[in-house]
Design a protein around this ligand. Structure first.
Ligand code: GRF
Length: 332
């Protein structure tokens, strides 16, 4: 069929994301993440379970399930030192994400910032309500109709990062913090693996990639978003605005989600594709006039590289008065 991608050119299945889970206790959320990962098409795998408590029950379970474990008591260690050792174990395991699951340690801001967007936590309340401890007692005390749980990205502020998802859990008459906690755990176990799957598959999803690229494109001077032949595109402002980038979601039978940017011409395009065929391709129709396809749905996209190409492409069509401003800004 005309629209079928060429054989051998089909989109490769994304590799499973490698996740380390840090726990301090029972590890029931860790277990939920682990058993969810046993589904053949689960997009992540657990490569390490780490703990600050060698007696944490979850460690024995992980080991019995064949998952590597690491334990280092924090007693007598400085926070930064302990964090560094935990992080080293995570890196040695080749983890790309960290899921905190009842890890009762406040992490140093440096550790957190190195994992920005790739470290998540589960908290037993409907954030922003009840950060910190004793969440269920506080919800009952306040007369709330619902308690619940939240999965959020970890930032330097305790229990404060962007919420990825929440599940409310009704508070029953006569609930104690313990009875409520036990019910909220059911919800936690469902929510956490779903949110982790959502997070690790984002970099391959067209809607997420489009939002990310759009933000970068629109940060360029006087850039505006405008559809072109049914595909999102960005052009320089004004009546005579010219396109400097297009977003292609498997357009014309291509297997990729990609950003089209302008090169110097067909020679440069051919050189890029020859050098890095996992990153660049020659798009149908557009390739003839030197537009290159920068593949976005692949592991390890360097967003500074994408930003650099967007800016370069923008420069080729932006009016002189704007590029001159940009040059002046670059000098500082
Ligand atoms: C959970 O309630 C979680 O929300 C909180 O700590 C508890 C950990 O429980 N962060 P478990 O060790 O996963 O059973």
């Amino acid at each position: 069929m005309e629209n079928d991608p060429a054989p051998g050119n089909a989109a490769k299945a994304a590799p499973k994301a490698r996740v380390a889970v840090l726990i301090s206790g029972t590890g029931s959320n860790m277990a939920a993440l682990l058993y969810a990962s046993r589904r053949a098409d689960c997009p992540y795998e657990i490569v390490l379970v780490g703990s600050n408590d060698p007696q944490a029950r979850g460690l024995a379970l992980a080991a019995a399930e064949g998952v590597a474990t690491f334990a280092l008591p924090h007693k007598g260690m400085k926070r930064a030192e302990h964090d560094a050792a935990m992080e080293q174990a995570v890196l040695d395991a080749g983890a790309q994400y960290i899921a905190l699951a009842g890890y009762m340690r406040i992490l140093s801001p440096e550790f957190v910032s190195r994992w920005e967007g790739r470290m998540l936590n589960i908290h037993p309340s409907l954030l922003p309500k009840y950060k910190g401890l004793d969440t269920h007692a506080r919800a009952i005390e306040a007369g709330d109709s619902h308690a619940g749980c939240s999965v959020h990205l970890v930032t330097a502020e305790l229990d404060d990062g962007p919420v990825l998802g929440q599940t409310p859990v009704a508070i029953l008459p006569g609930d104690t913090p313990e009875t409520l906690a036990a019910r909220v755990l059911y919800a936690e176990h469902q929510l956490y693996s779903r949110m982790l799957e959502e997070l690790v598959t984002r970099p391959y999803r067209a809607d997420w990639l489009l939002a990310k690229v759009g933000e970068l494109a629109l940060s360029l001077p006087e850039a505006e978003a405008r559809e072109s032949h049914g595909a999102p595109g960005w052009r320089t402002g004004g009546k005579s605005g010219k396109y400097f980038a297009y977003f292609n979601d498997r357009h014309h039978g291509e297997p990729h989600v990609a950003l089209l940017v302008k090169t110097d011409g067909p020679d440069e395009l051919a050189a890029l594709v020859e050098r890095d065929p996992d990153i660049w391709f020659r798009p149908a129709y557009y390739g003839a006039s030197g537009w290159a396809g920068l593949i976005l749905d692949r592991p390890g996209v360097d967003w500074d590289h994408v930003r650099g190409w967007l800016e370069r492409s923008w420069r080729t069509v932006a009016p002189r008065r704007l590029t001159a401003l940009m040059d002046a800004a670059d000098e500082f």
